[in-house]
Ligand binder design. Structure first.
Ligand code: F6R
Length: 602
């Protein structure tokens, strides 16, 4: 995801900014840029690819002495990862870097285009710098123009703007994307996370949503709702790896906790006027399509299986879900009325990529659900919907899965809209629920504490069954996969109704069963399946909004009227359970044995 660094002071600015951006590299990016203002003149450089390319471009540029600098690493959302789309974006006198997504950029762009502005890039960010310069024309000063600009923006943003009109200052604004100010007696730093500020400042101010202002070396003017507020500075811990993990013990834990905000990014700009709007999708994509085939591996396959239920139930389209490595060699029968969907976090998984090639060669329309823009799968597929999870460092996938499921849910509603297979009322219910999902993904600290305590009872025994029905079956598979990946304990996911057809033979008191018992879906049926296991003395952990008297352990979830709310809440519980069991076993949670983050071999 994008990164921001800013500086006012005397030090060599290019070096400082490039080092700061280096600290943010782990978040993932596909281009980078820097702008330095000195004596009222701005020099800017941008490069695609790694920071080393930007370093090479700026190798003869020096920037010692009093001045201002801003820098950015971009992770493409609007427009391809080209040099033109890289930040900083610029107008006549001003340069801007931005993280987040400006939801109303099209309206602003249209208004400015009518006034004669010609845009160079495909980004949402460029409109902000031109809007600022447009506002300058009828404002008392640059600050008033900036304030007007910020007030007109909708969406998520962390913004730094510099302008030759105000040559000693940086304008800044923050909403739903992090931005931090660090200050020494004669210099100021900005960062989109702690990491670039460590070692440079001891105290930082974490800006709050809606805050904006202007700052020079001597003074920070901070505003919220047009009223001046006092910046609050706190001690900055000086441990870098702690900063990258933002206080969490493991990247996996951090990624579980950030699922709520990341899902906000997945949805951003994709729900408009009570409709799903996927601008990436050509309006004719679904013409002549009567079926969907989904291909993926591992966790992505589980997201695909979940989509299988959603697509058939809601979009009323025949859907077949296949593991990519199986698909490749089964001489699949492919017909051109099938939309071929591949799902991949990395976009580089060899089996999924090969499956995509087979489908393309057979002349099928192809769609990728992917987290990494410009990856091999994205480049090959006809169309891509990016999941926008940001870089995932933990080898065991968590937030990538959540964003894949959310994207596929969006897509199922989109297909239902297009094929007119759902009435207005049920479409509205889906969209209203979808909009609230980021909030329902907040990790409940009390639940996490309970799982920490419970985990000590699940370290021994001869295996785990994870069971669920309907969409909770792929979730059970995912819960079992998470556990085996990081705890190295044997775990299997099963449809709850399948136990009696064989697996129940394994059941005894040393067989742990994790049962997903949602209230909104096949409650009584699943309950009977759990009772069958209880009768055979299995040790049972039930996850449900309803107390279950036969459970040995019980984790209560919220009452909800929509299955997807229950799905995401239970997903978090399963991820935390795997994490806490692995922690107790002393395993390397972020880098489990034998596993790689991107599987580029067959
Ligand atoms: C599990 C996990 C793997 C991947 C699988 C596919 O935690 O991460 O099962 O889901 O290797 O990878 P992508 O999604 O990159 O194609």
């Amino acid at each position: 995801m994008c990164g921001i660094v800013g500086y006012i002071g005397k030090k060599e600015k290019k070096k400082l900014i490039l080092e700061g951006l280096g600290e943010l590299e782990y978040r993932g990016y596909d281009s980078a840029g820097i702008a330095v203002m000195k004596d009222g003149k701005i020099d800017a450089f941008k490069a695609t690819g790694k920071l080393s390319n930007l370093k090479e471009k700026t190798k003869n540029f020096t920037s010692n002495g009093e001045g201002i600098a801003i820098g950015h690493t971009r992770w493409a959302t609007h427009g391809k990862p080209t040099e033109i789309n890289a930040h900083p974006h610029f107008g006549k006198h001003s340069y801007i870097v931005h993280n987040g997504i400006i939801e109303n950029y099209r309206e602003i762009k249209e208004m400015l285009t009518k006034k004669g502005v010609v845009f160079l890039s495909q980004t949402d960010t460029e409109v902000v710098v031109y809007l600022f310069e447009h506002n300058l024309e009828n404002s008392k000063n640059a600050f008033e123009a900036f304030e007007k600009t910020v007030i007109s923006l909708k969406g998520a943003y962390a913004i730094l703007l510099i302008t030759t009109i105000e040559p000693n200052s940086i304008f800044f604004a923050k909403n739903a994307a992090p931005l931090i100010i660090g200050k020494n007696s004669d210099e100021v730093f900005f960062g989109s996370s702690d990491a670039p500020l460590i070692g440079h400042v001891k105290e930082v101010c974490y800006l709050e949503d809606g805050q904006y202002g202007i700052l020079d070396k001597n003074e920070i003017k901070l505003y919220l709702n047009a009223k001046k507020v006092l910046p609050i500075f706190k001690d900055l811990p000086q441990d870098r790896s702690f900063a990258q993990k933002e206080g969490f013990r493991f990247f996996m834990e951090k990624e579980i906790y950030e699922q709520s905000s990341v899902l906000g990014e997945t949805l951003m700009g994709r729900i408009k006027d009570n409709e799903i709007s996927l601008e990436e999708i050509d309006e004719h994509l679904l013409d002549g399509i009567n079926a969907v085939k989904i291909c993926a591996c591992g966790t992505s396959y589980h997201a695909g299986l979940t989509a299988g239920y959603l697509f058939e139930r809601f979009a009323k389209i025949r859907t077949d879900v296949v593991i990519a490595s199986e698909f490749r060699y089964k001489d699949p029968l492919l017909t051109k009325d099938t939309l071929f969907i591949v799902i991949s976090q990395s976009g580089e998984t060899a089996d999924t990529l090969e499956a995509l090639k087979i489908a393309k060669n057979a002349g099928l329309k192809t769609l990728a659900i992917c987290n990494v823009d410009n990856s091999s799968i994205v480049r090959l597929a006809d169309t891509t919907i990016l999941t926008r999870a940001g870089i995932e460092k933990g080898v065991a996938s968590t937030k990538a899965f959540a964003t894949q499921v959310a994207t596929l849910w969006l897509l199922s509603i989109f297909i239902a809209q297009k094929r007119k297979t759902a009435d207005k009322k049920s479409l509205k219910l889906e969209i209203d629920t979808l909009l609230k999902i980021p909030t329902s993904l907040h990790v409940d600290n009390a639940v996490h504490e309970k799982i920490k305590r419970l985990s000590k009872r699940y370290l021994h025994g001869h295996g785990f069954f994870f069971i669920g029905r309907d969409i909770f079956y792929p979730l059970a598979l995912e819960g079992a996969l998470k556990l085996k990946e990081i705890s190295y304990l044997h775990a299997e996911g099963y449809p709850a109704g399948e136990m009696k057809h064989g697996p129940i033979a394994l059941v005894d008191s040393k067989l742990f069963t994790v049962a997903l018992l949602p209230k909104t879906m096949l409650y009584d049926k699943t309950k009977s399946n759990i009772e069958e296991l209880s009768a055979r003395d299995a040790t049972i952990l039930v996850i449900s909004p309803e107390q279950f008297e036969l459970a040995d352990d019980f984790i209560k979830t919220k009452n909800s009227s929509h299955a997807m709310n229950e799905f995401f809440e239970m997903m978090i519980i399963l991820q935390l359970l795997a994490l806490e069991i692995a922690v107790r076993l002393g395993n390397d949670v972020d880098m489990p044995r034998n596993l790689a983050k991107s599987v580029t071999v067959e």
